[in-house]
Design a protein around this ligand. Structure first.
Ligand SMILES: [Zn+2]
Length: 133
């Protein structure tokens, strides 16, 4: 079985496709959606995760998790963090600056690679963030 995800927000676009061990349905559908969106999509196929580009090429999906910090009030920090800890440290610094001005930072851990953030990732983020000032 195979599924296709939006690279930006991790939203599932299609599910229940025949994977590459059965037919070319999944890759062909992914290529069509990539062309329609004019953006790469994430294909979870029988043989792993792939980034399918609008020009029809595929790249193995970068497995290294990438994170950023974002909040509706504070906005994004604009940095790609390699670990939840790095994002937590970044948000702690932002939070300190906000507290000095009588506020707080509403930034939280956000995934940049379209994959959901696990509870373990959030724990690592909050351990580093600490909530202290
Ligand atoms: Zn950050």
């Amino acid at each position: 079985m195979a599924a296709i995800y939006d690279m930006d927000n991790g939203m599932q676009l299609t599910d229940g496709l025949q994977g590459c061990t059965v037919s070319d349905e999944a890759i062909q559908t992914a290529q069509r959606i990539a062309v329609d969106l004019d953006e790469p999509v994430l294909l979870e196929d029988d043989d792993g995760m792939w980034e399918v580009n609008p020009d029809g090429t595929c790249d193995p999906h970068e497995r290294t998790p990438r994170y950023t910090c974002d909040g509706s009030v504070r906005g994004s920090c604009g940095v790609k963090h390699g670990s939840p800890e790095a994002a937590g440290n970044c948000t702690r610094r932002d939070h300190r600056g906000c507290v000095r001005q009588g506020g707080y930072s509403d930034r939280t851990l956000v995934s940049l690679d379209g994959l959901p953030i696990s509870n373990e990732d959030f724990e690592r983020f909050y351990d580093a963030f600490d909530g202290s000032v």
